[in-house]
Ligand binder design. Structure first.
Ligand code: HPA
Length: 247
């Protein structure tokens, strides 16, 4: 079953989502950000979980990524599309761009980033050469075409720790490293999905130019306005994706 992890500004699949069941927040790894919702959207059965919890109370570095991924797997998720708000670094990433990145560099720290925590019997060294599912990225690209939404079909996602935004020098370093966008929630989510053998891809929405790329400072009202506008585009792509009724 397809699961959607909602990011900033994306707290429900849509008004036309029909809730069928919800799973409580307790897992062996602690509590999920919110209850996992199972229901029907545009004719398909889907799971939904808002990463930052109700009312956006959980900052990126305090999200319980392991609980979220464990709960989605237990609820039957075989594919996950993660919605991520990002800052644009490369020229092809102005605000309101949608992208499905193909690579990640993890600059975050201090997050419980693996199910291999010494408590089980085997250590997982998962292959992470291609961190996102190519199949799911292709399905997202096809859905974007059908929905008439332009989409950048590759790019490297830099995951910083937050919650503060970056310095201009940090963003210059990310650009030198080859990153085209920067967000705070891509990791360890993607790696945990791989450990659970769940197909995972990101649908990233650019809500600002990253620090120092164009303007001298980042304006929060502008981010919020772009989020509000961009979420309609995210919803259009996801709607087209679920209408495909992926197994
Ligand atoms: N940096 C990090 N995370 C973000 C940004 C940014 O500029 N914009 C939205 N999420």
């Amino acid at each position: 079953m397809l699961a959607i992890i909602g990011g900033s500004g994306f707290y429900t699949p849509g008004d036309d989502f029909e809730l069928e069941e919800q799973f409580g927040p307790a897992t062996a790894y602690g509590e999920t950000s919110a209850d996992v919702l199972r229901g029907r959207w545009r004719g398909a059965g889907i799971l939904f979980l808002p990463r930052h919890g109700p009312g956006h109370r959980i900052p990126p570095h305090l999200v319980n990524y392991r609980a979220n991924l464990r709960a989605l797997a237990d609820a039957g998720a075989t594919r996950i599309v993660a919605v991520n708000a990002v800052g644009g670094i490369s020229d092809d990433m102005p605000p309101l761009t949608l992208a499905t990145p193909d690579q990640i560099i993890d600059y975050s720290s201090g997050r419980a980033h693996s199910f291999s925590d010494g408590s089980g019997d085997s250590v997982l060294h998962v292959d992470f050469t291609h961190p996102y599912s190519e199949r799911l990225r292709a399905a997202i690209a096809a859905a974007a075409r059908r929905a008439g939404q332009s989409l950048v079909t590759d790019g490297t996602y830099a995951c910083t720790n937050g919650p503060r935004l970056e310095t201009a020098a940090e963003v210059r370093r990310l650009a030198r490293d080859g990153c085209s966008m920067v967000g705070m929630t891509g990791m360890p989510e993607a790696a945990l999905a791989r450990e659970l053998d769940i197909d995972y891809a990101s649908l990233a929405l650019v809500v600002n130019w990253a620090a120092g790329v164009r303007a001298d400072h980042i304006s929060m009202p502008e981010i919020l306005q772009n989020l509000e506008q961009g979420v309609a585009r995210v919803r259009a792509v996801l709607g087209a994706l679920v209408e495909d009724n992926l197994p």
